[in-house]
Design a protein around this ligand. Structure first.
Ligand SMILES: [Zn+2]
Length: 763
């Protein structure tokens, strides 16, 4: 019979291996054989190598490419067009030979023949606005793609190139070897989009009054793609959502705009004396020494005056930036401009705001102070802000570039604003300024891993928001003691994680391909890090490791493994189980109390106890017995007094311990067996609060590893000299438990939502 079974198994094995379609089945089987939540992440992680080490640090052979830009840009304000001529110098630091270069043409997402609109499903609802009807069905799509007029070498000789949608391949006259530099030119122009109507992270907002625009420009020039050890060329197309992967380099950019425009952007303004009036220079010098209040460089009165006419003259602003991954600028004659100095540990930097009168009084009161506060918080959590300024420019959306970001939040016409507008504006400024660290400096690949910049940044944003509320209590509203953070606290992610699994994807999914983008790529990773910091690792270990990650990878290109590995490497906390559950699955936390049994101790043998003694051939009078509440002898045993006075216990204690040791001994009277259940797939520590009959409380935390041998339920014996009257799991709601109805013993009878509703009606 046995032999027969083996033969059968052998047959099955052969036939399974013979068919390719069985691979999936096999994978499932393999998964089945090792579902352990504490299995190390060897299958999911790339193998460490000379470029990236097992510790999560850059390896001895780590390299990165460099792209330097010299650009002449001109804005045609009448036609809303941008013209550019750029020279890119590309340095190949890789060990590989390169035959061609890939350049990103993000504006082609707005080309007439763009495929972006075609990847979204669309339908017809009961009603729409006339303007939406017009843009969707009546008008030809806005043509905002690049017009590439020239791609040439330094002698002006055309270079063969091919455009595949948002990517352009430029053929090299001769393959680039390690250390080679190659310079080439691109001449281009495009129609700037109205980003209020057509959306986008770059573009203009049009103001009918006085026929003016505010331009916040980004992704406006052909940009080098990243080439590295993990991707080769990162040339995945820009569909509009996923952000960018860019190499570091130095920029020299001359931007010509109407002479009455105010402009600021990435880099040092190298011709300040040329573009500033004497009065502006005086104010600027004052701002460099003003640490508490911003100083206006251009006042509202001056901006309002400038709006009323249009200069026919031009002015060129010259900006120069070192070691940045991108370049952005904002320009308008509507701009009010203020600045304030910020003292960091190792240096002073400038906090800067650009906004129009529509942003006031909110922007004048708060934007620059929020920037300053953010620079301090992020510097503390990572490293001192390495650039010399951080600009917050007022726009209809939030988006980040090195040294400059665009932020929403506009008061009503009469200057009043709600809490939602105020904290929306403060939150977005903190967030976008924070992006200077992730991903502008700790330069992860945003197109591939949205969470590596959004999630990490949203986590530090939460810390920075709490700092801001503490440092600027005047920014809070009446009755508030803390900044009302939206993302970060564990309880705020419960609704998402406990929701319909059909609309949830693991964090390790490309942002473009996920539902509930904000919850997936911002809130969930940020909350996970917050749980690690507050509940699993503790602030000291977490902060040290997080800082180590930021410092290891500043001005470099980290991958997810580099983050996961560094957090473990610097803390001696094995977190594979946490990364697996929180980042690679859509499991949620649900831990509860299944049952609690109460016992008292006696020397009177119980029926069960006698059976045990018999089985092991022990004299029953040498044992102590636990009687469960509700059974014969329980009340008697509880009343019997000190447990150490029980004859058998006494004998053991007298014989084996010194009088000093005896004095130190505890004398528990109440015994409990608490069984915890885990309907949720995630493993988490069990945080328990016991409440005693005298009203006092005690907390105890069992590490997540308590689930390592049984993923469904575990029991713990508790001995206590005081009676426990109730037990609560996760009393501070710090594990994102999606169902708290099973968290208490005895079960709390909560009024259901329906009953609440019924009672409300009655009242
Ligand atoms: Zn962001």
């Amino acid at each position: 019979m046995k032999i027969f079974k083996h033969v059968l198994l052998g047959l099955l094995f052969v036939s399974a291996g013979a068919f390719a379609q069985d691979a999936e089945k096999k994978e499932k089987q393999q998964g089945h054989t090792n579902q352990n939540k504490f299995k190390q992440l060897y299958d999911e992680f790339a193998t460490p190598n000379m470029f990236r080490t097992g510790s999560g640090a850059p390896g001895p052979a780590y390299y990165q490419q460099q792209a330097d830009y010299k650009m002449d840009i001109e804005l045609d304000d009448d036609k809303a067009r941008l013209y550019g001529y750029e020279t890119i110098t590309y340095t190949n630091n890789s060990p590989d030979e390169l035959k061609y270069l890939w350049v990103q043409l993000d504006q082609n997402m707005r080309a007439r023949d763009s495929k972006t609109p075609l990847i979204n499903s669309s339908g017809i609802g009961p009603a729409t606005t006339p303007s939406r009807l017009a843009t969707t069905y009546l008008q030809e799509r806005f043509d905002g793609g690049f017009n590439i007029q020239e791609v040439s070498d330094t002698n002006g000789k055309p270079l063969p190139h091919m455009i595949n949608r948002t990517m352009m391949r430029v053929e090299l006259p001769k393959a680039m070897k390690t250390g080679d530099k190659f310079s080439f030119n691109i001449k281009w122009w495009y129609n700037i989009n109205d980003h209020v109507k057509d959306g986008g992270r770059s573009g203009y907002e049009y103001f009918e009054e006085n026929d003016n625009r505010i331009y916040v420009m980004a992704q406006f020039y052909p940009r080098m793609a990243v080439y590295n050890d993990v991707e080769g060329w990162q040339n995945s197309q820009f569909w509009g959502r996923d952000e960018f992967a860019l190499p570091f380099g130095n920029f020299d950019v001359n931007i010509t705009v109407p002479a009455d425009h105010i402009l600021d952007g990435t880099g040092y303004l190298t011709n300040r004396e040329e573009v500033f009036s004497k009065e502006m220079m005086k104010r600027y010098k004052k701002a460099q020494k003003s640490y508490d209040e911003p100083v206006l460089i251009v006042t509202q009165e001056e901006a309002e005056k400038a709006e009323k006419s249009k200069s026919k003259d031009k002015k060129t602003w010259k900006l120069s930036a070192q070691m940045v991954r991108d370049f952005g600028f904002a320009t308008s004659r509507k701009f009010i401009w203020d600045m304030m100095a910020v003292k960091l540990d190792t240096k002073d930097v400038m906090a800067v705001s650009l906004y129009s009168k529509e942003g006031n009084p909110l922007w004048g009161d708060w934007s620059t102070k929020v920037v300053a506060s953010t620079l301090k918080s992020y510097s503390r959590m990572t490293f001192d802000y390495p650039y010399h300024k951080a600009i917050s420019a007022h726009a209809p959306m939030g988006m980040e570039y090195p040294m400059i970001c665009y932020n929403f939040g506009r008061p009503n016409k009469d200057g009043t604003y709600s809490d939602r507008v105020k904290f929306g504006m403060m939150g977005v400024i903190i967030h976008e300024v924070g992006h200077n660290w992730f991903p502008m400096i700790v330069n992860s690949d945003e197109r591939q891993w949205t969470w590596m910049d959004e999630g990490l940044n949203t986590f530090v944003q939460y810390v920075a928001e709490q700092d801001f509320g503490e440092w600027y209590p005047a920014a809070l509203s009446p009755g508030q003691t803390k900044y009302p953070s939206r993302r970060g606290p564990a309880k705020n992610i419960v609704r998402y994680m406990g929701g319909n699994q059909d609309f949830i994807a693991p964090i390790m999914t490309k942002g473009l391909n996920t539902y509930q983008f904000g919850s997936n790529a911002y809130s969930k990773p940020a909350t996970g890090l917050n749980i690690l910091r507050e509940t699993i690792m503790g602030r000291e270990l977490f902060d040290y490791s997080f800082k180590e990650y930021a410092n290891r990878w500043k001005f470099k290109h980290p991958t997810p493994e580099d983050f996961f590995r560094t957090m473990e490497d610097a803390s001696a906390v094995d977190l594979d189980w946490f990364w697996r559950g929180w980042f690679y699955t859509t499991d949620y936390t649900d831990i509860g109390i299944k049952e609690v049994k109460k016992f008292a101790v006696t020397t009177n043998p119980t029926e069960e106890g006698k059976k045990l003694a018999e089985r092991y051939n022990i004299d029953p009078s040498n044992l102590v017995y636990f009687v469960e509440e509700g059974n014969d002898g329980y009340d008697e045993a509880l009343k019997a007094g000190e447990i150490s006075d029980l004859p058998t216990v006494k004998e053991f204690v007298m014989d084996n311990f010194t009088p000093e040791q005896r004095k130190e001994m505890k004398s528990p009277k109440y015994f409990y067996q608490v069984t915890y259940e885990k309907p949720g797939g995630l493993v988490m520590p069990i945080i328990v609060e016991y409440t005693y009959a005298d009203g006092t409380k005690k907390r105890e935390t069992f590490p997540a590893q308590i689930w390592r041998l049984n993923d469904k339920e575990v029991s713990r014996a508790v001995a206590s000299d005081k009676e426990i009257v109730s037990i609560q799991v996760d009393p501070d709601l710090e594990t994102a438990d999606v169902d708290t109805s099973n968290n208490a013993w005895p079960k709390e009878v909560k009024e259901s939502e329906f009953d609440q509703f019924k009672n409300k009606i009655k009242n």
